[in-house]
Design a protein around this ligand. Structure first.
Ligand SMILES: *[C@@H]1O[C@H](CO)[C@@H](O)[C@H](O)[C@H]1NC(C)=O
Ligand SMILES: *[C@@H]1O[C@H](CO)[C@@H](O)[C@H](O)[C@H]1NC(C)=O
Ligand SMILES: *[C@@H]1O[C@H](CO)[C@@H](O)[C@H](O)[C@H]1NC(C)=O
Length: 501
């Protein structure tokens, strides 16, 4: 039996032990085995960018050399100072009553050169202390190996566009598993390869100024090969307990056709495959390899642009085999929804991901807004996303690893409570009515943090961070109280207005 299905079975047994609803009331409750947690990422919260042997990473370099690319010219030099304040963070986690904490490890804090010729003892110490503090408080670590902060030395070799980086990622992963494998049960290899390949190697995130329609595909290819190699190593050498699980976190916005026309319906499905299928198709589909529509469109477009070979690389037969089934669960980051409309653009000799996809995206003007231009509040999009994953990949085990909203500063945040409540209701329907296999939910984020090119201008935290204080004092927002009630009772309050909106 394929391992993902063994895992599904394990989760299902857990599920059957519990009583899903309270029976007599109409209160919406999650199974008692359902896990609630919160997430952060190393570069966005740690700070301490140049202390105790940490090496430089691509976001250090980018924020220092291209400040105009960051909305408020912010850097992650200090951020929320979690490197020094992590005990405070764990205290907040305890106060919330969450079951797990998703955080990422900084590659260049552990391997300053990016390579294993030098292991930084302070990096190992820092994460050991954090994990110990979590365990002391009964909180399970869910560790992301890579959340966008590539060591600069590896970027100097071409970063993820260079196939050799897959080998170096395996070496790094081995250091993590050797040092933390005995105390961490849940692992994620990558966070959002769509974002860091499409926006980093084809857009304006670090490393910046790369080539869309070319480097983004090379990046994706290396990442997928790296993921499969690490998963196979984990399976072979580290997966000693039945509870040890490894997944990958992928971001999928829901894509709805802009109209009822057949063209727009097709455009929506093409977009889902380009924006999402790109990564899970090789892993979770029966046939493996890239989604056929991506293969076809990019091959054809490359030919029309007079390239000798397709800009979308090919996997070897062995790689297809190695990738297929290389995951215990699918980590899903979901925030919002877009509308897709088919567009015909004249053929450009300069490649681009957007031209390959041939779709125009928009959002409805009357969808409720957040403090991020791209993030509109559309709870039903989550239910549709989960159903699409169920239908497309045969209902694999899914863990929601991010969902959240940015709002303006302030401790009174009724719109955040409404957002979480709305998305949890959609998730509950997907679980109970549609029988989607979802085992956990993670709010992004525990605390306000460095939001990449948006700097500190967008706040996603359940706790507000005071960036003017030396200790980066954290204060609970109203939404922290709401989320804590959900995480500890596993039920949604009857009336959100109980929270003095
Ligand atoms: C670390 O970076 C800070 C700026 O964030 C700078 O003031 C300090 O001198 C640097 N320390 C070292 C040891 O380079
Ligand atoms: C491809 O080559 C053909 C033949 O030389 C030429 O007519 C056509 O314009 C080229 N297409 C592009 C997109 O450069
Ligand atoms: C986000 O909030 C800031 C004020 O804190 C405001 O200047 C900015 O326009 C807002 N952005 C959006 C997209 O609402």
């Amino acid at each position: 039996m394929d391992r993902p299905w063994t895992v599904a079975l394990m989760f299902t047994l857990l599920w059957m032990q519990v009583n899903c609803t309270t029976g007599t009331t109409s209160k919406l409750c999650f199974p008692s085995s359902f896990m609630f947690g919160v997430a952060t990422a190393s570069y966005q919260i740690e700070g301490a960018w140049n202390v105790s042997g940490k090496g430089e990473n691509i976001w250090d370099r980018y924020t220092h050399t291209r400040p105009e690319r960051i909305f408020d010219h912010g850097t992650g030099d200090v951020a929320a100072d979690s490197y020094h304040q992590f005990r405070q963070d764990v205290r907040l986690l305890k106060e919330l009553g969450v079951r797990f904490y998703r955080f990422s490890m900084s590659w260049s804090r552990i391997l300053p050169t990016g390579l294993t010729n030098e292991v930084n003892p302070d990096g190992i110490r820092y994460y050991k202390e954090l994990i110990e503090e979590l365990h002391k408080n009964g909180i399970e670590p869910l560790v992301t190996m890579y959340h966008w902060d590539l060591p600069q030395s590896l970027q100097d070799l071409g970063g993820w566009t260079n196939p050799v980086i897959a080998d170096y990622f395996v070496d790094y992963a081995k250091v993590l598993l050797d040092n933390f494998g005995d105390r961490v049960k849940f692992w994620l290899t990558f966070n959002e390869p769509l974002s860091f390949c499409h926006d980093g190697y084809g857009g304006s995130d670090a490393p910046g100024d790369r080539a869309t329609g070319m480097e983004d595909y090379l990046c994706g290819h290396t990442v997928l090969r790296a993921h499969a190699a690490v998963y196979r190593m984990f399976q072979r050498d580290y997966n000693h307990r039945i509870t040890d699980l490894m997944g990958i976190t992928l971001d999928m916005a829901w894509i709805e056709p802009a109209s009822t026309s057949a063209e727009d319906k097709e455009a929506a499905e093409i977009t889902r495959q380009f924006f999402f299928g790109w990564f899970p198709h090789p892993i979770f589909s029966k046939q493996g390899d890239y989604p056929p529509v991506m293969r076809k469109r990019i091959d054809e477009m490359s030919k029309r642009q007079n390239f000798t070979r397709s800009r979308l690389p090919h996997f070897t037969k062995e790689e297809v085999k190695m990738l297929r089934g290389a995951c215990d669960f699918l980590g899903l980051n979901h925030y919002t929804t877009y509308l897709a409309k088919r567009v015909q653009r004249p053929l450009s000799p300069i490649p681009s991901f957007d031209d390959d996809m041939g779709v125009q995206l928009s959002q409805k003007a009357d969808w409720p807004k957040s403090n991020s231009t791209w993030l509109k509040v559309v709870p039903w999009g989550l239910r549709k996303t989960l159903n699409w994953i169920k239908g497309t990949y045969g209902n694999p085990p899914v863990f929601i690893t991010e969902n959240g909203i940015s709002l303006e500063p302030g401790l009174r945040d009724p719109r955040r409570i409404n957002y979480i409540d709305g998305y949890l209701r959609a998730l509950h329907a997907a679980l109970t009515k549609d029988k989607c296999n979802v085992y956990g939910y993670t709010y992004w984020s525990l605390i306000d943090n460095f939001e990449w090119t948006r700097g500190y201008s967008e706040r996603f935290g359940l706790y507000e961070v005071d960036y003017s204080s030396k200790q980066r004092v954290r204060t609970a927002r109203q939404s922290a109280e709401y989320y804590s009630s959900v995480a500890t009772t596993k039920c949604l309050p009857d009336k959100v207005s109980g929270y003095k909106l």
